[in-house]
Design a protein around this ligand. Sequence first.
Ligand code: GLU
Length: 439
Amino acid sequence: MQSVKDRNPNQPEFVQAVQEVAEDIYGWVEDRDDYHEAQILQRITEPDRITSFRVVWEDDDNDIRVQRGWRVQNNNAIGPYKGGLRFSPGVNESVLKFLAFEQTFKNSLTGLPMGGGKGGSDFDPHGKSDAEVMRFCQSFMTELYRHIGPQVDVPAGDIGVGPREIGYLFGQYKRITGRWEGVLTGKELSYGGSQMRPEATGFGAVYFLREMMKAEDEELEGKTAIISGSGNVALYAAQKLLDCDAKVLTLSDSDGTIEIKDGLNRDQLEWIQELKFERRGRISEAADEFDGIEYHDGKTPWSVEADVAMPCATQNEIDKDAAKELCGNDVRFVVEGATMPTTADAMELLRGEGVVLAPAKAANAGGVAVSGLEMSQNAERMSWERERLDSLLTDIMADIHHKCRTAGKGDDGSIDYRRGANIAGFEKVADAMLAYGVL
Ligand code: GLU
């Protein structure tokens, strides 16, 4: 860890992500002389390469704007680099390195042949016109296209990058290269996207929760859940929770939280999905529209009593104080829909209190798993039916759950899902690296 810290000064998110994996696998790798001799730990914590580039675009007032873009190609031992693009003002190299590192083990857990990568920009799509977003995406792809390809690196969406951005990015790739090929996932259905891809991360997280509950002899039906976020992960997790007859008590965005005391109903959810996906509005507008919804400005959901907490917004959103609130309210399950939403000290507290935690790299792997299936469909020039994809997603989440439980079983029979996810995700990548010799 000291050498990781020395090599990555001022990159706290990256160091945090590495520390979390290192803590969990350290005891397990101790006896693996083959890993030690091959310096696997040192190699796996160094990205294959990072490309950073200038993105210049013109806004609607004809002012020239300059942004920075990146692609972190972390590890391609088990397949082409794969992972989303994040457009948000908070994006920097540390954030993208931590996300690419996490992605590598998450993708490994899906069982599909995908390496790990991540990219993005400090561009903020909020408040920009469609034409501005298009010009930015075209400029971004004009540099990125030379670093990606269906057998090389296959980006997708993430925070700030949805179907609109993917459309502009894919169009520009096609225009520059003259090739229609499966170089991005998260595409719309009209041009090679996959059924179930929009829903996959949120649905997958709930499928994982359902498996965890089954293993504890519990049922999702009738349980209450607090969700943070109101993007694609949060809103499809909410939809699947309603399908399972659970109650959703909160949703949020970066301005505040809405609380729905009687539980969100289908009409409200559909209205909010339209608000967020089509109109790009703020979550507070839901409280103006519906009597049963209250808005708490500047608040997070973590003080509301519930059985399950699903952080589905962004990294480090549950800090120690939030974790104390969750424990004080006897929250039993925390399901990480976002990547690394729990700070290290919050995690320690939740673990100490015996809260069952579904770690991000397992719980939110459904999105990238269906992206992997989108790549397969593009490669065979076919599109599969929704039922088939939903059933594959259900099986993949059950398989990930099984891997985490098996690798995460302690000597006393207790289950640590985080440890299990880290060990199982790591092992496959490390074994592939060993097979290639010294490179
Ligand atoms: N951004 C999503 C993730 O973090 C999806 C990545 C993908 O589909 O490649 O897993």
